[in-house]
Design a protein around this ligand. Structure first.
Ligand SMILES: Cc1ncc(COP(=O)(O)O)c(C=O)c1O
Length: 356
């Protein structure tokens, strides 16, 4: 029987086990040295002054919106095609997520439509670099008034660069995820990157019940427990140290896929001068549903791209979004991992070729 090809295969092994053993030996399973070490490596990789690790990418988004003090009456622009956490973080703070359509080819938000959606209540844009493709940041900056805050949902964009600047350093804050389908994984985990010390302090307080790290044990405003344990931070450290290698491996696999598929389906890429983060390799084709079913029957773990939010009960009746409809109907995420072989890419491409 042919081997299953997993959707994702986290690249973790002996080095990560050793790092976890160090945590066990230290006796500090949370709030120990590994937290700070991971945060320093992240800030360095993103080129920001600070990074604050939290328990998931969703927690990062939630705390970023909380740290901005957004709530009822405020509007935050989010793409109509994204992982629901982007909009959920806004709505859970009592603010309104205003959906804006995406460019169906790049999957990223349509910037001209962002400009149209800005109104008197617009406080921020949660701008997603979907699947690791950097969003056209300068265009976004010029499309919105200066008082509208730009926050990156860079959940899948660690390592990606926009015109040489790392994703995570483009917005006032950047929100990262370390879920197992991401380039660096802690199983579950996330981070907020920023150059603003006050925001970093606010995120540190909010992830820890509202208690200031070196404060007087007072709680000025209620917080959560969104801390990331040292065990999980330890897993990330060896991966951060070989981030360039991990990215190069993902670029190699993406190249193999593109060679085999670019004449068959719409293949993903970054804009000229940018570096794709390759969180996922997502192609587009008309017969997506048939292809998805057939690939799975052959033991190839393909998946849909992500969600069209306005198809979900919680986000219905917020307008029509033909770009998101098209992306949702046509996107197919192929198995993708640093350790994929050319033979595996051949198998996936051959299976897909029947549906074009
Ligand atoms: C664009 C986007 N935002 C947010 C998240 C949420 O991250 P997490 O799963 O770490 O909570 C994801 C996760 O896949 C994502 O793809």
């Amino acid at each position: 029987m042919t081997e299953r090809i997993r959707l994702a295969r986290p690249d973790v092994g002996e080095a990560e086990l050793e790092a976890v053993a160090e945590v066990f030996a230290s006796g500090m399973l949370t709030m120990g040295a590994k937290v700070g070490e991971f945060e320093r490596l992240l800030a360095e990789a993103c080129g920001t002054d600070d990074a604050v690790v939290v328990s998931s990418g969703t927690a990062a988004l939630h705390l970023a919106v909380m740290a901005l003090g957004l709530g009822p009456g405020d509007e935050v622009i989010v793409p109509a095609y994204t992982f629901p956490a982007t909009a959920n973080a806004v709505e859970l703070c009592g603010a309104s997520a205003v959906l804006v359509d995406v460019d169906a080819d790049t999957f990223n938000v349509d910037i001209a439509r962002v400009a149209d959606a800005v109104g008197p209540r617009t406080r921020a844009v949660l701008a997603v670099h979907l699947f690791g493709r950097p969003l056209e940041w300068e265009e976004l900056q010029t499309a919105v008034p200066q008082e509208v805050v730009l926050v990156e949902d860079a959940a899948g964009a660690l390592g990606a660069t926009y015109r040489g600047t790392p994703c995570g350093a483009l917005g006032l804050m950047g929100c990262l995820s370390f879920h197992p389908r991401k380039i660096v994984t802690t199983g579950e985990g996330g981070a907020v990157t920023t150059d603003e010390p006050e925001l970093a302090d606010a995120i540190r307080r909010l992830r820890h019940h509202g208690i200031a790290p070196r404060g007087d044990f007072d709680i000025a405003e209620p917080g959560l427990n969104y801390r990331l344990s040292d065990i999980l931070c330890a897993i990330a450290i060896p991966q951060m140290q070989r981030l360039e290698q991990l990215l190069a491996a993902r670029e190699r696999v993406a190249g193999w896929y593109t060679e085999r598929l670019e004449h068959l389906v719409l293949t993903p890429s970054a804009a000229e001068g940018d570096r794709h983060g390759w969180q996922a390799y997502v192609v587009q084709l008309d017969r997506r549903d048939e292809a998805l079913r057939a690939l799975r029957e052959e033991g190839i773990e393909a998946q849909i791209g992500t969600y069209a939010l306005h198809h979900l009960t919680g986000y219905r009746d917020r307008g029509s979004f033909p770009g998101a409809d098209r992306a949702f109907a046509r996107a197919l995420a192929l198995p993708f991992a640093t350790t994929m072989t050319e033979d595996e890419c051949d198998r996936v491409a051959a299976a897909l070729a029947h549906f074009v």
